[in-house]
Write a protein that binds this ligand. Structure first.
Ligand code: FCB
Length: 443
């Protein structure tokens, strides 16, 4: 079966600053929590850091050429707050702003829409020293940072996202502690959720003040939850996990309240007027999707739940994440039902597999091609079912620094040899290029 996407469907690719830029000490950049975390022994697999990453800070022109040849019409990147305000507040680093300014111009020149995400997890360390997202003031410093970036780029960048996956910032950064800054506290998770929501609202207001017609949203992260068994405690654990991981941002930002299982615990941090700030009108509804999770009750953990591996025999990626395009289609359908009819964008989806360069210097990645084919099929089906999906951004353009997994997991459609920085487009790159050029999806 060959299926076509709407002619104006947006084909994109996504990356994030700390995962690709490198050059962490260059041109006045300040420290981020990920510099600090990755340099702390035992935090990242193999002791990897983002010090060099894909060296995109120096090789961005070559990377824009790769995008142009890929034929995508949009590129989502993030700006690094510590590059723009090395101390997190106050002084602005002109060289940091100039980097993104050049990148935006080159993208426009290549006919690629820049989609700018203001925060992809690299909080300035100086702000973490003041409590990070546990400190309400950080929401106001985030607003100031947003206004600085908007003043510089809003004349050319139309699409902005306030945060990438704020749930991961709160839960992994302040709860599990396997992401920067590595805090493990239930109260900190609740505080961080609320400060991040407040920052989102303040950021949207600052952006609108700069230019009323910007297209604004937040990038949620949806992975459906199901209880590992039908035991009562697993079902409760599942509801708590769903509230924290899937609804703690989209519910307050779009529906105006926190989900019931966590509302009472967040209430002490809510001040009068906060909900009005948090619930801003948005122009698009965006999320990342990777996999669904099975949840069971786990005594002694912070929230009495843990995620369990899929049953033996389930197809998984190199991350151990279940491959299940039907779950993805269902997320799109359910999101429309719950959050309404805003234009929907998938801003990350993709898969890690253990790729290798063959004797002819090529990277053959049939598993990723099959994955993309199946997941794009799900997008096609969701559109046919009436969901207004307007675009899909593959994660990721390049193999990169995969957080706590360092360089051991490859998500790119372009292979990166981290020793030489050579880029090799994988077979999936050519598959994706054909779609971006309008070829139908063969299933
Ligand atoms: C998402 C992140 C992204 C990348 C992918 C695999 O949660 O937003 O940076 O790590 O997972």
């Amino acid at each position: 079966m060959a299926e076509s996407f709407p002619p104006d469907f947006l084909w994109g690719a996504s990356t994030a600053a700390y995962q690709i830029e490198g050059a962490v000490k260059e041109d006045g950049r300040g420290l981020s929590i990920w510099d600090q975390f990755s340099h702390t022994p035992g935090k990242v697999l193999n002791g990897d850091t983002g010090d060099t990453a894909c060296d995109h800070y120096h090789r961005w022109q070559e990377d824009v050429v790769l995008m142009r040849e890929l034929g995508i019409s949009a590129y989502r990147f993030s700006t690094a707050w510590p590059r723009i305000q090395p101390m997190g507040r106050g002084a602005v680093n002109e060289k940091g702003l100039a980097f993104y300014d050049r990148l935006v111009d080159a993208l426009l020149e290549a006919n690629i829409e820049p989609w700018l995400c203001l925060y992809h997890w690299d909080l300035p360390q100086r702000l973490e020293d003041r409590g990070g997202w546990r400190n309400r003031d950080v929401a106001y410093w985030y607003r100031d940072y947003t206004a600085i970036v908007a003043r510089r780029l809003a004349d050319r960048v139309a699409h902005w996202a306030t945060f990438n996956e704020p749930n991961m910032v709160a839960y992994r950064g302040y709860g599990d502690g396997d992401h920067a800054p590595g805090v493990k506290s239930r109260e900190a998770v609740m505080q961080a959720i609320h400060t991040l929501n407040l920052a989102h609202g303040l950021g949207v207001m600052a952006l609108r003040e700069q230019r009323a017609d910007l297209k604004l949203g937040n990038i949620y992260n949806f992975g459906p939850r199901e209880p590992a068994t039908d035991r009562e405690e697993d079902m409760i654990a599942c509801r708590v996990s769903d509230a924290i991981m899937n609804r703690s941002f989209s519910d307050p930002q779009i529906l105006g309240h926190y989900p019931e299982p966590i509302a009472a615990e967040i209430a002490p941090f809510v001040q009068s007027g906060d909900y009005a700030i948090i619930r801003q009108k948005l122009d698009y509804f965006a999320f990342n999707h990777y996999a669904r999770s099975r949840v069971r009750w786990a005594k002694g953990t912070l929230f009495q739940f843990e995620h369990v591996a899929p049953p033996r025999g389930t197809p998984v990626t190199d991350m151990g994440w279940e491959i299940n395009p039907d779950a993805f289609r269902q997320v799109m359908i359910d999101s429309k039902a719950r959050y309404g009819d805003l234009p929907m964008y998938i801003l990350e989806n993709g898969a890690a597999f253990a790729d290798a360069v063959d004797s002819e210097g090529r990277v053959h990645d049939p598993q990723r091609v099959a994955f993309l084919r199946a997941y794009l099929g799900a997008v096609h089906d969701a559109i046919a079912a009436g969901v207004p999906v307007r675009g899909y951004f593959v994660w990721s353009l390049l193999d990169n620094f995969e957080w706590a997994f360092g360089y051991s997991r490859r998500f790119g459609i372009v292979y990166v040899d981290f020793a030489t920085q050579k880029r090799i487009p994988k077979e999936s790159y050519f598959f994706y290029r054909d779609l971006a050029r309008g070829a139908p999806l063969a299933r």
